[in-house]
Design a protein. Structure first.
Length: 240
């Protein structure tokens, strides 16, 4: 795949070739993203660019002996693509069109700002966990352990990649709070201490539980730190 990347980078250096995108006005063009045997290619929707990309892929397959699995491939258009643009791309590539890439490595792939529906599955998974637990027969210490090992770990992977909406974070916190205080779904419960105090570290008088919004911010800070400190990170030179 490194050979394909070099050919794409060489092609994008040509004027008005249309291959690659810019993450910011000052950043260099990004022709593709690769992970294992998955590839994400970027190009404009004009006929010349699509033909150029098709020739590069054909030459790569002929020289490497690899083949493209069109059944597992899809095309995603930006919101600026017109119906005429989509017909041009369809005339060059025999690949189906989808509105979304779905999930990749367990995380949703979306365009634009994330919506509540994008991460609704995190809330549903957290709520479904409670159905198999009988809170009435679990002590407060046991509930803390279940929240830490299960409810807090469900969204952790996604929160390391995205800044999830605040509403989603609060909904997950509510599920944890209700499970801690209520004996059943129908009972009202009686909170004796504010949830902010419970989420304090143990040395500060809390129980060591973590609020999802604060945890998400910590993951985002870690990602930004890796972005600007890791020389192996692709975006470091582009962002500076």
């Amino acid at each position: 795949m490194e050979v394909l990347t070099r050919h794409l980078r060489k092609a994008q250096d040509q004027k008005k070739c249309g291959i690659g995108i810019k993450l910011s006005p000052r950043a260099s063009k990004l022709p593709c993203l690769l992970f294992a045997d998955d590839s994400l290619l970027f190009c404009r929707t004009n006929f010349e660019t699509c033909q150029l990309l098709d020739r590069l892929l054909t030459n790569f397959c002929q020289n490497s002996g690899q083949l493209i699995n069109y059944n597992k491939s899809s095309i995603i258009f930006s919101k600026n693509a017109t119906a005429h643009d989509k017909r041009i791309v369809a005339s060059v590539f025999n690949i189906s069109h989808q509105d979304s890439l779905g999930k990749y490595l367990g995380c949703p792939v979306f365009k634009g700002r994330p919506k509540l529906a994008t991460f609704a599955e995190l809330v549903d998974k957290s709520a479904s966990k409670l159905q198999s637990w009988q809170a009435r027969s679990v002590s407060k210490a046991g509930r803390v352990a279940l929240i830490q090992t299960n409810l807090e770990s469900i969204p952790a992977h996604t929160m390391q990649c995205f800044q999830i909406p605040c509403t989603t974070s609060r909904q997950i916190d509510k599920i944890s709070r209700d499970f801690f205080w209520k004996n059943s779904v129908t009972s009202r419960g009686l909170p004796m201490v504010s949830w902010d105090k419970i989420c304090l570290p143990k040395k500060s008088g809390g129980l060591g539980l973590r609020k999802m919004e604060a945890l998400n911010s910590a993951f985002m800070c870690k990602l930004i730190w890796k972005l600007f400190s890791g020389p192996e990170f692709m975006g470091r030179t582009n962002a500076c």
